[in-house]
Design a protein around this ligand. Sequence first.
Ligand code: ADP
Ligand code: MG
Length: 319
Amino acid sequence: MASSSYKYTQTLMGTEVSLILFEPDEIAAQTVFNSIKILEDKLTVNRPESEVMSINLAAGQHPVKVSPPVYSLIEQAVKVSLHFTDYFNLAIGPVVKLWKIGFKGYQVPNSEQIKQQLLLTNPRYIELDANTYSVFLKKAGMKIDLGAIAKGYIADVVKHILHQYHIYQAIINLGGNVLTLGHSPINDNGYWHVGLRKPFSHHNELAGIVKVKNKSIVTSGIYERFFMQNDILYHHIFNPLTGYPLNNELESVTIISNTSLEGDIYSTILYGLGVLKGSEYLKKNRHLSAIFLLKNKTIKLVNCDNFSFQLLDDEYEIV
Ligand code: ADP
Ligand code: MG
């Protein structure tokens, strides 16, 4: 049993990215960080240039050829958007850019502005060409935004890179997206112990600990990026139909799944579905598990065969 762990960290994608290994491997860690940088540069919409920005800037004008991984991620996001129209929409960009939640100049826009931008969010106006890897946004002003899934996709790529270095036991943490590889060499029974942050806590207190083997853990919550105005909390997960932040009984949803991309997609969707519809959905999709934290301080666990949860904060109660 290995006794030491080696932690490598860098600030990337606006968050602290960390990698925990059980044999020192500076080269693998550097390769991971460089790859994350390269992917972030392709996928971001928070800088003037990226592959996704090229698509957005050419909206209403012409298709843009992108690299195969970016094409494949967009293709998957389009599929999800067409299937879960009420909850997930990669074409939500104009709404995100209008509110600027989590960025300088955030605001509550007026309803007319929101209505205008919503007209530019129909995912059916995204034309894909798999032969040329090109993406065309058919209306000027359309913008795709992969913010809900980029980290998930990148975490899975990191896992693949670590496998190439013959590393099969590790934790990758991309700030909200945690991917565990294999079994833990340091904990009883091989379970990884991953902290679940207490919503709105100032000192990174934990609500509890999620115990898993070889799984991804992704959380979407209203406490990650938000602002308050007139006692109303505006957070960064939008209702694609109204253009306003989703308003329901949840503080957060954590998805436990095999891949981080899946976890990222479904944490956003299940946040939107809420606890009742979400639990129904999960009962038919048992490969996904969830931890719902409700505003009334109860916690609901669904499909518990893939994980266990240890409650640490007595303000919450598991129901
Ligand atoms: P984070 O890990 O940053 O908390 P999430 O995975 O919860 O992010 O996704 C939130 C981000 O996804 C937003 O910042 C925005 O860019 C984008 N987004 C917001 N609402 C939606 C939606 N309904 N469908 C798809 N993407 C969304
Ligand atoms: Mg997500």
